[in-house]
Design a protein around this ligand. Structure first.
Ligand SMILES: CC(C)(COP(=O)(O)OP(=O)(O)OC[C@H]1O[C@@H](n2cnc3c(N)ncnc32)[C@H](O)[C@@H]1OP(=O)(O)O)[C@@H](O)C(=O)NCCC(=O)NCCS
Length: 358
């Protein structure tokens, strides 16, 4: 998981980040440290420190570790940058805003602060109060707020640790299963069937190496990817997604199945159950088909099979998250009888949250 602690200088981010990182055995990635080494200051408009922090945090996350990021993140672009990093690496993100609601305490901390890094220039109270107020845009995802004026470091670390560990399913697909060497078809050795579900016209099955090429072509199609913030995927990202889709079965027993047409064996895309990074507590049904496979009822047919099978996997309820602009996907959800529960905004994009009726 990528844990991002944001907030003004002097609110207590670094103390908290250090302790949290220590307790998670994760690297503490501090933008101040890069900026001090580079001789730049937050607010100079030089993003080099942030870029270096991205590289270091990304490297830790790709090796399967948590990372604790500590930065002012004063502008939307900086905060979006961490969201993009988490998306790219395929790890969950925990956004934490660190505040100090007592201005006198905040001022004292800033005034008493001394440099703890070579080359660091600590901001003055005038620097802190002279900058624009730190605030999220209303359409940004909500963050966990830690008020260092009203809680102790130990309590805040305990709470954040609980949030990291209360979501074991988020980290349940181990990096080893997602690595480039992932063997599609690992099930065969255990005698498990390749085909997970069967419908009149489709096989919903585990993935094969041979799926990677048509899958990459589909993910490179701007029309297919129109409603995804990532846009079209390159080959490496597409292969990673296929490994993730297949690895889900190893971990959860369900996953995003490759969809094969009975008769000609054509690979059409995927449909299955998974956990969404933003709502890891619920299991969602999802679908993505190659453009030529739209308009035949395949997504609805495959989605229905998964919803019917859900109780076998111990799932009482299945969610579905759809971009509000994605009319075709909303139509599939409605055909399946999913009910709108709420509307939300993710990374600036309106999203409709649906689920099976309770
Ligand atoms: C979302 C997506 C899977 C929907 O595909 P779809 O083909 O429109 O959906 P369905 O499988 O339910 O097919 C329904 C269409 O097939 C038609 N159809 C033709 N033969 C049919 C049959 N035998 N049975 C049922 N429907 C049939 C229906 O009339 C309907 O047509 P319409 O869209 O013109 O009304 C597809 O648009 C897609 O892959 N999009 C890109 C990825 C994406 O956005 N994923 C969702 C993220 S939340």
């Amino acid at each position: 998981m990528l844990v991002v602690l944001s907030g003004l200088p002097g609110v207590g981010k670094t103390t908290l980040a250090r302790e949290l990182a220590r307790s998670l055995g994760a690297p503490h990635v501090r933008v101040d440290a890069f900026e001090a080494a580079l001789g730049v200051r937050d607010g100079d408009g030089d993003a080099t420190g942030y870029r270096l922090a991205h590289a270091v945090a990304g490297d830790a996350l790709r090796s399967g570790r948590h990372a604790v990021l500590d930065a002012v993140n004063p502008v939307r672009a900086a905060r979006d940058g961490w969201r993009t990093l988490a998306d790219e690496v395929g790890v969950p993100l925990l956004e934490v805003d660190v505040v100090c609601s007592d201005p006198a305490l905040h001022e004292r901390r800033v005034r008493e602060r001394t440099a703890d890094l070579p080359g660091q220039v600590v901001p003055t109270w005038e620097d802190v109060t002279g900058r624009p107020a730190w605030r999220r845009d209303p359409d940004e995802p909500a963050a966990v707020v830690v008020d260092t004026a009203t809680t102790t470091v130990a309590r805040a670390v305990g709470d954040l640790r609980a949030r990291v560990h209360a979501r074991p399913e988020q980290v349940a697909v181990p990096a080893s299963l997602l690595a480039a060497g992932h063997r599609f078809g690992g099930w065969a050795a255990r005698g498990e069937p390749e085909v997970v579900l069967r419908t009149e016209r489709l096989l919903l099955r585990r993935w094969r190496e041979a799926d990677l090429e048509p899958f990459a072509a589909m993910n490179a199609d701007p029309e297919v990817m129109e409603h995804f913030s990532s846009g079209p995927l390159d080959r490496a990202a597409s292969d990673r997604l296929a490994r993730y889709a297949d690895a889900c079965f190893e971990v959860h027993g369900f996953g995003l199945a490759a969809v094969e047409r009975v008769g000609d064996g054509a690979f059409l895309g995927f449909c299955g159950l998974g956990r969404h990074r933003r709502r890891p507590e619920s299991v969602e049904v999802g679908w993505r088909l190659a453009r030529r496979a739209w308009g035949h009822g395949y997504a609805t047919e495959a989605g229905r099979a998964w919803l019917e099978a859900a109780p076998r996997f111990g799932l009482e309820r299945v969610a579905c998250f759809v971009a509000a602009t994605n009319g075709r996907s909303l139509a599939v959800a409605q055909r399946l009888g999913l009910v709108v529960q709420e509307e939300d905004v993710w990374a600036g994009q309106p999203v409709v949250v649906l689920s099976t009726p309770s």
